[in-house]
Design a protein around this ligand. Structure first.
Ligand SMILES: [Fe+2]
Length: 440
């Protein structure tokens, strides 16, 4: 989404994003049967049919009722699909819409939304300014699609999803330096101009970040396997106190979905068991595992400000870019986003998407854990509702950046912030490491 589009171009862009999100939702829910849609595949996740109706319910609430001023279609179902009213583990026991009812509800809402879009004025206030609330709903559906993809990854049974693999690692990877230097000094973090940026990405503010080194690529499976082979999971000294306690209690010995077969590591990926590809970024690790690996490697996780500076700061102009490669929207040549593939690309891919710092794959492939807690930026204002971000601020959650192969471009920017508990690893999470710059 570029800034200041004409109304008709904006209508078209919004319709494209909404239709793309619904196509993906359809792909993730039409490939399994009714029983599969209503079953809970993990206590961490909702039944797929809950996500489907929840997406439609939010769309009805914000667009049809909020913007269009229409009467509720089925007010009695609102509480069922309020994410704050029922934790995921309890959702299967609710009197949810059946898959057929959920599909027809979603279709009805969408039909009315497209009618509304034809006649809406984008000058009616901040909610519709530059199509913000439509963009929020397109992002919301794509975020649930990513969550549904994580449910598919947890699901047992024969594979139902397919996509071509990303290309093999490009030839220049072996010549890439292991780390890049990001020079010290101020840069602009966050945004006040990106039209569909969410409240937690705002406002733009200057942060002084001392020089540091950052891994050129995310940490690979091969590097992570060395940590395991070196006893990384057996030695308390690499772990924080809470990380070690969690590791012991949860019995962590390797990334989620990995299993050892003789001398080889295998992984389960969307129902297929296969050898762990050494060059691919490691995935399905929790924050504690990422943090322990970094300490073992005599390094540390980057702070969120360091990550964003490496991804956006352009020393030539002094500006912060929308994306590592510049201001243009993501394209397949620049980043592995949007579930085009069902896995990350080998480390070092996407030279066209490199940041001015030289770091690669900051956008796409795997979400990257940072050292930072999820906190508001100076001048933060909750918008348009405090349950989007504000209720999550604090030391309970760690920030992830950059989006994964599973994130759609509409829900991924250089400023986009994701957050989760430091023990979570069903998400498509990896990391890269950093170290302080040389002194004087
Ligand atoms: Fe939601």
């Amino acid at each position: 989404m570029t800034i200041a589009m004409e109304a008709d171009a904006l209508r078209e862009a919004i319709a494209d994003r909404l239709i793309a999100a619904r196509a993906r939702t359809g792909g993730l829910t039409d490939c399994v049967d009714e029983a599969d849609l209503t079953r809970q595949h993990s206590p961490l996740m909702s039944p797929l049919v809950w996500d489907l109706a929840h997406v439609a319910n939010q769309e009805e609430l914000w667009l049809l009722r909020g913007v269009g001023g229409l009467e509720p279609m089925h007010p009695e179902i609102d509480p069922l699909y309020d994410a704050f009213e029922h934790p995921r583990s309890k959702r299967p026991s609710l009197p949810l819409l059946t898959p057929g009812e959920a599909r027809s509800y979603a279709g009805n809402v969408r039909g009315r939304v497209l009618d509304l879009l034809d006649r809406v004025s984008f000058t009616g206030g901040p909610l519709v300014d530059q199509g913000f609330v439509f963009g929020m709903i397109a992002q919301h559906e794509q975020q649930h699609d990513e969550t549904m993809l994580a449910t598919h990854q947890l699901r047992r049974g024969s594979p139902v999803l397919a996509a071509p693999p990303p290309g093999s690692a490009p030839g220049d990877v072996l010549r890439l330096p292991a780390e890049v230097l990001v020079p010290g000094g101020p840069f602009t973090m966050g945004t006040s101009t990106e039209p569909w940026a969410l409240d937690n990405e705002r406002p733009a503010h200057v942060v002084d970040v001392p020089a540091f080194y950052l891994d050129t690529t995310p940490v690979t499976n091969a590097a992570y396997a060395e940590f395991i082979a070196d006893g990384g999971y057996l030695q308390e000294r690499w772990w924080t106190r809470s990380g070690w306690e969690h590791r012991r209690r949860a019995g962590l010995e390797a990334p989620l979905f990995w299993q050892q077969d003789g001398g080889q590591w295998l992984r389960r990926r969307f129902g297929v068991t296969e050898p762990v590809p050494p060059a691919e970024p490691v995935m399905h690790v929790c924050w504690h595992e990422a943090d322990a690996y970094a300490r073992w490697a005599s390094r540390r996780l980057p702070t969120e400000a360091e990550w964003e500076k490496a991804a956006r700061h352009d020393p030539a102009s002094g500006r912060s870019l929308r994306y590592p490669w510049g201001d243009a929207d993501p394209s397949p040549a620049r980043a592995n986003l949007g579930q085009r593939h069902l896995q990350p690309a080998p480390a070092g891919s996407y030279s066209d998407g490199a940041a001015p710092s030289g770091a690669r794959q900051l956008i796409g492939d795997v979400w990257e854990w940072t050292a930072s807690d999820f906190l508001p930026y100076p001048g933060f204002v909750a918008w348009p509702y405090k349950e989007y971000s504000q209720v999550f601020f604090g030391s309970e959650y760690k920030v992830l950046r950059g989006g994964a192969f599973s994130a759609d471009p509409v829900a991924c920017r250089g400023t986009f912030r994701n957050w989760d508990y430091p023990i979570r690893r069903q998400i498509f999470s990896g990391f890269r490491t950093a170290r302080d710059g040389d002194l004087g």
